[in-house]
Design a protein around this ligand. Structure first.
Ligand code: FAD
Ligand code: NAD
Length: 273
């Protein structure tokens, strides 16, 4: 069992939690995530390790379905059933040069640790941070501190420039081609970023959020068509080459359990009434 040590609402339905897990904190490398089982009757869900200290890990998550809502209902002092990890590939400690970091919505929770790591490796970072509206713009200060330039977009124009992150990316690409683009956020956004960078063959990494169950490479739920082959997001990723991902099969797969997920959430809400 893993004790919930701290909990902070950082935006509507978005929590930052602190969980006591000394062995995970010690083994953690940037790019890693954990598989969280909030409750014995919950399911296993992958969540990025946002930060660590000696004894604890920090996780930022958005309430979207049953398990994330269960986690959101837990109080400081409660015990989380299981936290497995750290898992996923360590992000390379490499100087790529000019890097554009594109973070959409809660994807910013993964962009911060990756951005800090890239900055520490001597890369020059331009960050594009997008959200639906001003209230959902996450980690502006943290991303500004590691970026040469930070561009903020909101879909409704309530903060920064009006538009999608891809509108800002088009402008950045029209002035100078970067050595690397990294996109983290909704799958449709990561596909759109990959489509934009493909014609100029700019190396593009995406942090894939495919449906995942075991997180150890055993179950195959997170498989993704990848060039001529198939990879598993949990052990081959989560950062993968956006130009090799078969988006046409990945995008519909993300919705394949929608009916069951909706039913599961409504049953949980009925039980708690
Ligand atoms: P469900 O009932 O499973 O689903 C509710 C809705 O969310 C449905 O519309 C469904 O289509 C969508 N959904 C379900 N599973 C996923 C998934 N794996 N990815 C995207 N959409 C999904 N989320 C965060 O908020 N913070 C993070 O740091 C974070 N890190 C992730 C790291 C990795 C490597 C991966 C693969 C995903 C990450 N996610 C993160 C997404 C998170 O795992 C899902 O939001 C979570 O599994 C949803 O579980 P649920 O039971 O609450 O919702
Ligand atoms: P959202 O729907 O609010 O979108 C965020 C931003 O992405 C938008 O403001 C827009 O700029 C851009 N965007 C969205 N759709 C686009 C499109 N079709 N074309 C171009 N740009 C587009 O995002 P959200 O609700 O915060 O969801 C965040 C997503 O990030 C979830 O799917 C979650 O699973 C994922 N996530 C992934 C990780 C990871 O490590 N892989 C970590 C955290 C969150």
């Amino acid at each position: 069992m893993y004790e919930l040590i701290g909990k902070e609402l950082i935006a509507p339905e978005i929590w930052k939690i602190k969980v006591r897990a000394p062995h995970i904190a010690k083994a953690y490398k940037p790019g890693n995530f954990v598989i969280v089982l909030p409750h014995e009757r919950g399911e296993r869900i992958p969540l990025t390790v946002f930060d660590t200290d000696q004894e604890n890990i920090y996780i930022v998550f958005q309430e979207v379905g049953k398990s994330t809502r269960l986690l959101g209902k837990m109080d400081v002092g409660d015990q989380i059933q299981d936290v497995m990890g750290p898992t996923g590939h360590e992000f390379p400690s490499q100087k790529f040069g000019n890097v554009v970091l594109v973070a959409g919505g809660v994807g910013a929770a993964t962009a911060v640790p990756l951005g800090r790591h890239l900055h520490a490796c001597g890369n020059q970072i331009t960050t594009i941070l997008g959200a639906r509206n001003k209230d959902l713009v996450l980690f502006e200060r943290e991303l500004e501190s590691i970026s040469e330039k930070l561009i903020i977009t909101t879909d409704d124009g309530s903060y920064g420039t009006k538009g999608f992150v891809t509108d800002a990316l088009k402008e950045v690409l029209s002035t100078k081609l970067p050595d690397l683009v990294i996109a983290i956020g909704p799958a449709r956004m990561m596909k759109a970023v990959s489509d934009l960078t493909k014609p100029s063959a700019i190396k593009t990494l995406v942090s894939l959020n495919s449906i995942m169950v075991c997180g150890t490479g055993m179950c195959g739920a997170c498989r993704v068509g990848y060039g001529e082959t198939t990879v598993l997001t949990c052990i081959d990723g989560p950062e993968l080459d956006g130009h090799s991902v078969d988006w046409d099969t990945l995008l519909p797969r993300l919705n394949m359990y929608k009916e069951e997920e909706t039913l599961s959430l409504s049953l949980m809400e009925k039980e708690s009434r």
